[in-house]
Design a protein around this ligand. Structure first.
Ligand code: BES
Ligand code: MN
Ligand code: ZN
Length: 480
């Protein structure tokens, strides 16, 4: 729970710890107040190079004299912070202070505009939550209360609501695959139906069969866990058609199927439902914020497993839109799931579609682990997403959709095959496959295989799931 502080001075605030954001060279605002209260203590730390205003640089200052709080963490925001800097700086400070249970941590940042303040507040909530879901002794302890010195209570509340969505996404992804499987994921999605203006519809195996989702069902058939498709509708505005559809890949575990992944590749494949978890976290945030928009989220939930009933290499699947697909690699399963979910999406007539998927290792090769790949059939829609990502400080980069990549998806026996001719440009051939299922709708695909999940912690966020793109998507929904 976050409370805005409007009058409590940095000197008198009764909190377990204080975070002070430092920007530029001169001490102004709260930093100047703190310096005065500590008789020039802060200036001395800066002069000694102990405290820095460099983005993300932190210093712990224990038992400072002249103020009530027993601990200060200083964190740098740079000269002209952007939203990403604010998110990371607040996250880094929050993560340091989450080393033990504290009842309250008070943040004193320089005056920021609403967008930057929101990012900072979100960072403070995200940074203090860890992936230690099943540890008896936790690694990180979110403070019972975060206090934020600002008169802009709306931005503080918005930042908190956005972070709640990000953290929901992270928790869903971080939960192990024996906890989160299609049915249990769908149950969690259904809980959002309790929020104002949210309704959730779940399709079970029987319904998926009746709807001819043969592509999704082909992937699912090797698992003992039955598949699901969840449709989450948020109607914060009365319009017949949704302005935005957010579609997510929800492979709750990707063993690779008969094209089995080696152990090394399987270890983190609980993260293969990150796209779906991003959809759920985004709808949660939008609903908590009561945004005046009409957005639908659709997630396809399957487990890609090996059994006597697994789909085979050489099988031909018939997708919901009637296209036939020759399966030549059962590890290229995400696109098969999305094929049918995208077709269901078209039936809802959204103005724009964005899908999110941990789709290809090739996208990580192309862009590294911190940048999401974008692919589109509508440049102005993609540009809107690029601008939104920049506004909240999340990293995206567009890759080309040159027509000749589609040549690689030709099959001798069916309309399409599910992999390209070789490994080169694998993120693009995957996107080209998806494009076959969106008709002439305005669509952008985000490959989040890199940034969705990290092996190790960063300064501002624990290892595991990142919740990446929830903030960007909320920002897009805001403009609709
Ligand atoms: N879920 C994986 C992609 C992935 C890899 C996500 C690493 C996160 C981290 C996906 O289903 C997959 O296995 N893709 C294959 C496609 C190939 C068989 C054409 C890949 O990237 O190797
Ligand atoms: Mn796979
Ligand atoms: Zn996968």
């Amino acid at each position: 729970m976050i409370t805005s502080l409007t009058s409590e001075s940095i000197q008198d605030i009764q909190a377990d710890a204080i975070v002070v954001g430092l920007s530029g060279n001169a001490l102004t605002g709260f930093a100047a107040e703190l310096n005065e209260a500590t008789s020039g203590g802060l200036q001395s730390l800066l002069d000694a190079g102990q405290a820095k205003s460099k983005v993300g640089a932190t210093t712990s200052w224990l038992q400072p004299t002249g103020i009530q709080a027993p601990v200060i963490v200083t964190v740098g925001l740079g000269d002209t912070p952007n939203a990403g800097d604010c998110f990371k700086a607040a996250g880094a400070a929050a993560k340091i202070l989450a080393d033990q249970q504290r009842s309250s941590v008070a943040f004193y940042f320089p005056e920021l505009d609403s967008a930057l303040l929101e990012s900072a507040v979100a960072g403070s909530v995200v940074g203090s939550q860890g992936q230690d879901l099943h540890k008896k002794t936790k690694s990180l302890y979110p403070p019972e209360q975060i206090l934020w010195a600002s008169t802009n209570a709306d931005a503080v509340t918005a930042g908190e609501n956005i972070a709640t969505g990000v953290n929901l996404t992270r928790t869903l992804v971080n939960q192990p695959p024996n906890y989160i499987y299609p049915e249990s994921f769908a149950d969690q999605a259904a809980e959002l139906g309790q929020l104002k203006n949210v309704s959730v519809e779940i399709w079970d195996q029987e319904r998926l069969e009746a709807e001819n989702c043969g592509s999704l069902l082909g992937v699912a058939q090797g698992s003992d866990k039955a598949p699901r498709l969840a449709i989450l509708r948020y109607t914060g505005k009365d319009s017949e058609n949704p302005s935005l559809a957010i579609v997510g890949k929800g492979v709750t575990y990707d063993s690779g199927g008969l094209s089995l992944k080696p152990s090394e590749g399987q270890k983190t494949m609980k993260c293969d439902m990150a796209g779906a978890a991003t959809v759920v976290g985004t709808i949660k945030a939008i609903a908590e914020m009561e945004l005046p928009c009409h957005v639908v989220g659709l997630v396809g939930l399957v487990e890609n497993m090996v059994s006597g009933n697994s789909y085979r290499l050489g099988d031909v699947l018939t997708a919901r839109n009637g296209k036939t697909i020759e399966v030549l690699n059962t590890d290229a399963e995400g696109r098969l799931v999305l094929a049918d979910v995208l077709d269901v999406t078209l039936g809802l007539n959204p103005d724009h579609i964005v899908d999110l998927a941990t789709l290809t290792g090739a996208c990580c090769v192309a862009l590294g682990l911190d940048i999401a790949g974008l692919f589109t059939n509508d440049q102005s829609w993609c540009d809107q997403i690029i601008q939104s990502a920049a506004a909240v400080g999340e990293e995206v980069w567009q890759l080309p959709m040159t027509p000749h990549f589609s040549d690689q998806l030709k099959s001798k026996i069916a309309d399409l095959r599910n992999i390209g001719a070789g490994r080169w440009g694998g993120a693009i051939t995957a996107a080209k496959f998806l494009e076959e299922f969106v008709g002439d709708a305005s669509w952008t695909h985000m490959d989040i295989a890199g940034p969705a999940f990290a092996d190790s912690a960063k300064s501002y966020i624990d290892g595991g799931a990142s919740g990446v793109m929830v903030r960007t998507l909320v920002n897009i929904a805001r403009g609709m």
